[in-house]
Design a protein around this ligand. Structure first.
Ligand code: HEC
Length: 241
């Protein structure tokens, strides 16, 4: 019986180990870092909305991270429009299909679907690969149809394969190497992607901070209600005792 219980307790661990996915670095998520969210919003609108939409997000959401309507319209809505608009894609879906073979998916909730750590890895793990249609490949999403749109910042990576002997067995190891530097140093690029993923995660759950506020209001309300009901009860029973 005891053994069975232990087995039960270990079961989730076993499942976890069996997934055996690539190791993912932790994405630097911090919704209280308004400057990071603002940089992420700017980079997201600049680099991603040409191909992707974020339908659940309206530009006015950016008011909550400290940007005024004027700033939003001037700096983040290059193609015009109003802050009440949703984040739509610039490209026509039929063109996207023609160019990439697949329409780029909506990114509004992507951080929820894939997880921030996965996104953080995805955006840093593109590499040059002449065998694919775009000339790019990705270690966490092999054969992805998206070209590396950030290569000018990150530089060009290539995949190097080698063998290593671990515990007497020969294992093939792949690693990404920066073959040609971009405009940013690796540390700058990591910070850039960190901001982007921070914003994309925020975008997927923008009411996070508000939810806490609403919770507090509800608790306060219940507290006040309790006092009132208690007083009412006393009032009712006062003549009976
Ligand atoms: C030139 C067009 C283009 C641009 C610009 C672009 N993407 Fe993509 N993206 C694509 C296409 C096409 C796919 C579909 C790839 C597939 O499913 O094979 C894709 C897929 C993705 C996926 C994977 C979604 C999934 O289904 O798992 C993520 C995440 C993503 N893009 C994020 C971004 C981010 C973040 C940016 C901005 C930095 C960006 N993309 C800019 C074309 C683009």
């Amino acid at each position: 019986m005891k053994k069975l219980i232990i087995l039960f307790l270990l079961a989730p661990l076993a499942v976890f180990a069996a997934q055996n996915g690539p190791h993912l670095d932790k994405a630097p998520i911090n919704f209280h870092d308004e400057a990071s969210l603002q940089r992420g919003a700017r980079d997201f609108t600049n680099y991603c909305l040409s191909c992707h939409s974020a339908q659940n997000v309206r530009y006015e959401l950016l008011n909550h991270i400290g940007l005024s309507n004027q700033q939003i319209e001037k700096n983040l809505m290059a193609a015009g429009g109003k802050v009440g608009d949703k984040m739509k894609v610039a490209m026509r879906p039929q063109d996207a299909k023609k160019w990439f073979g697949i329409a780029p998916p909506d990114l509004g909730l992507m951080a929820r679907v894939k997880g921030p750590d996965w996104l953080y890895a995805y955006l840093r793990d593109f590499y040059r690969d002449d065998s694919t249609q775009t000339g790019w490949n990705n270690t966490v999403y092999p054969k992805v149809a998206m070209p590396d749109v950030l290569w000018a910042l990150q530089g060009t990576q290539v995949l190097q394969s080698g063998t290593k002997i671990i515990d007497g067995r020969t294992v093939t190891i792949h690693k990404l190497v920066l073959a040609k530097p971009g405009k940013m140093t690796p540390a700058q690029y990591n910070a850039f992607v960190g901001d982007l993923v921070n914003f994309m995660t925020y975008m997927g759950q923008p009411y996070h901070n508000k939810q806490i506020d609403v919770g507090i209001v509800v608790l306060l309300f219940l507290g006040v209600l309790f006092v009132l009901v208690y007083m009412l009860k006393k009032e009712y029973w006062k003549d009976i005792h």
